[in-house]
Design a protein around this ligand. Structure first.
Ligand SMILES: [Zn+2]
Length: 196
């Protein structure tokens, strides 16, 4: 059974604390660029990878996703786990589907995804121009006028991919226990970590 963890604010950017909290000797981190690059990694991989999705088949290897409003998505299956960073751009770029594809290529059967704390549709307002621009994209526009509900669109995409979804439904902007870029302009991030 995979282990997953979504940290609150205490961990900040302290990797040693995150290793201790998760009891994992090695954690792979992403230098996230809002793209759709997904990498299959192992314990011999570099511990910093430029990508927005990680997949592994190795036990006791943590995959970390950092976020502060974007969606942290942790996925598990028998013998394969994945982590994805999906904000507005990542969703548009297809990082969620790419992560699921990479997991299936690595032998995943049934996959369950957890969507961690992220900004909700009520709080995620964008300009009318951006809202129009996204009209035919993967991003759901039903958060209300000029509002994006990225969790809802992620959920729909995952269900289309036959992935079971658990959504924590915690809004980072409304919940002071989590970092929110939109609320605080912070450069601090919370982490989601998953391992086999
Ligand atoms: Zn909210």
């Amino acid at each position: 059974m995979a282990r997953e963890l979504f940290t609150s604010a205490q961990v900040e950017n302290d990797r040693a604390a995150l290793r201790k909290l998760s009891s994992l000797p090695t954690i792979i981190f992403m230098k996230q660029v809002h793209g759709a690059q997904v990498l299959l990694v192992g314990s011999k991989s570099e511990q910093d990878q430029v990508c927005d999705g990680l997949v592994t088949t190795e036990k006791n290897l943590g995959l970390a996703v950092a976020s502060a409003d974007c969606l942290p998505i942790l996925l598990h299956s028998d013998g394969v786990v994945g982590a994805a960073h999906a904000g507005r751009k990542g969703v548009v770029n297809g990082v969620i589907s790419k992560t699921v594809e990479k997991m299936r290529a690595a032998g995943a059967g049934e996959i369950v995804a957890s969507i961690g704390p992220a900004i909700c549709g009520n709080c995620y307002e964008v300009s009318p121009d951006m809202y129009e621009e996204l009209r035919n994209s993967r991003v759901g526009l039903d958060g209300g006028t000029n509002h994006l509900d990225i969790a809802k669109s992620a959920k729909a995409e995952l269900l289309d991919l036959k992935v079971e979804v658990f959504h924590y439904e915690i809004c980072t902007k409304e919940n002071a226990n989590y970092y929110s870029f939109r609320r605080d302009g912070t450069s601090l991030r919370q982490f989601g970590v998953i391992s086999l």
